[in-house]
Design a protein around this ligand. Structure first.
Ligand SMILES: CC(C)(COP(=O)(O)OP(=O)(O)OC[C@H]1O[C@@H](n2cnc3c(N)ncnc32)[C@H](O)[C@@H]1OP(=O)(O)O)[C@@H](O)C(=O)NCCC(=O)NCCS
Length: 150
């Protein structure tokens, strides 16, 4: 799959996980960054490549948001390497995940967003729909979502 000038491809979880660990679990040595749902048949992992090197990942899972409609899909493990931030790989990954969800009948994409990334997601059209809550060991989060199909 190609998103404009960006090279985003579906990848195996074994390919996604090391980058997840490096970026999202850097302060949690020993955490393998295994998420419930990683191996479910409907789950899709995406990688962003720059000159054929993996520089970013995101995962889409068919997990409705608790208390919300059944058409919700959860995005997880969104991460790009610090050396490529601001180049558009994060946005390309979100667009690829949204396209996948839409193709599979999902209408809402949602996630638990780190407060530090809230501006990025707002830029991508997501709305904050919860109060702030703490994820132990990681920090403050909010739930964000976006209607991606009618
Ligand atoms: C959040 C993250 C995925 C963004 O990735 P990225 O590769 O920098 O994203 P992009 O380059 O595609 O940025 C897309 C747009 O969002 C903007 N943006 C990026 N990070 C932003 C932030 N934290 N706040 C506000 N805007 C931001 C960019 O400037 C860019 O704007 P433009 O379209 O006007 O140029 C990346 O910073 C990251 O991996 N952070 C650490 C891990 C993390 O917090 N992951 C999210 C867990 S919930």
């Amino acid at each position: 799959m190609s998103a404009g000038p960006f090279d985003v491809r579906r990848i195996a979880i074994e390919v996604a996980r090391p980058l997840r660990v490096t970026v999202l679990r850097a302060d949690m040595p020993g955490d393998p960054a295994i998420f419930a749902g990683d191996d479910e048949p409907e789950t899709a992992h995406f990688g962003a490549f720059k000159a054929d090197a993996l520089v970013g990942v995101v995962t889409a899972m068919h997990h409705p948001r608790p208390g919300a409609g059944a058409e919700g899909w959860q995005l997880r493990g969104m991460a790009t390497l610090p050396t490529v931030r601001g180049e558009g790989h994060g946005a390309a990954l979100i667009r690829a995940a949204e396209a996948f969800v839409r193709e599979h009948g999902g209408r809402i994409a949602w996630f638990n967003a780190r407060r530090a990334a809230e501006g990025f997601y707002a830029h991508m059209g997501y709305t904050t729909v919860s109060e702030e809550f703490d994820v132990p060991g990681i920090g403050p989060h909010v739930v964000m979502e976006k209607q991606i199909a009618g």
